[in-house]
Design a protein around this ligand. Sequence first.
Ligand code: AMP
Length: 395
Amino acid sequence: MKTLSDIDFKGKKALIRVDFNVPLDENFNVTDTTRIDAAKPTIDKILNDGGSVILMSHLGRPKGKEDKYSLKHIVAKTSEVLGKDVKFVNDCVGDEVEKAAADLKPGEVLLLENLRFYDEETAGDEAFAQKLSKLGDVYVNDAFGTAHRAHASTTIVAKFFPENKVFGALLAKEIESLDKVLKNSEKPVTAVLGGSKVSSKITVIENILDKVDHLIIGGGMTFTFVKALGGKIGDSICEDDKQELALEILKQAKAKNVQIHIPVDVVAADGFKNDANTQIVDVNEIPDGWQGLDAGPKSLENFKKVILESKTILWNGPLGVFEMESFAKGTIALGEFIAEATAKGAFSLVGGGDSVSAVKQFGLEPKMSYVSTGGGAMLEMLEGKTLPGIAAILE
Ligand code: AMP
């Protein structure tokens, strides 16, 4: 894997694809700098080597050139995070941009205008990628959030740097963390898969069955399994057409010696709302008119035992409807078990969507070994796919 440390950037211009798709308020102030912070180590390394940096990113989903999606809005914040002046150019390709890039001195940073002001970006247009490639000597991809897209700046541009393309520090860390879980993992390995539907996680389940010792299934997915096994799930969320599949997964797990853990009790509610009436019931005996919205106390005890004995933990998807306080306890408790296991030396990776928001919301992020920065990209990696943005650097 070619990373930043393989290149001395002294006197070189690094063209870096970052993911600065940050949230802005109505006055165009950046409300969360996580993504800019995440790119700082890569930028600092290059500048410290004596190189200069050209940053390219998308922001939102503009239709043509829309001022509200201009990256000019984030220049001040980026300067603040990097602790140095960031220059900005009103376009991302063309003569003016080429001149601004050529004029950069070692230690300087230039931010380009939103790549998606050109349809060629998402179309993966080769001529557009070639124009981008004129701006730097080395191509660095540090945008994990878009690594699953074969866009001009994330994938196609790499072919114009056959000898000079590397992963940025963030992207390298994402790949390493996933490898630690699925390739070079210390046993026992446990995956926790929650969320709403079996259908959206099926490829992930199939891919990880070969790699884990324990699989904890939680969230709305639970009920498709429980119903398939003959339980009474009341009004709980269920994908009837996935019951066969659920049984097939259980069969495969058995054949592969993977222990599956499903909630034995749930917090059932008489409505999908925070102030609904609730009761703890056996997962197989949910009364009609009631729906399971969180894992119950016995289930959590079971999960705790498994988690605390694990040396490697992957967590994707909440155990309940954590957006509502009344049904967040299971997800919080699970996060705390994983934090405890991590403190004892386990490696924990949280990734692929809603569990990341949950971990952040409940202040558990610092207690995990690694929290992934890319939802869709991480999910595709968990599915066993090779992401085009990653493949383009490896080729
Ligand atoms: P996903 O995007 O598939 O990871 O699903 C995340 C969503 O699943 C969250 O918005 C949760 O509110 C939802 N969820 C978790 N448990 C349940 C449940 N028991 N019933 C309905 N939705 C759930």
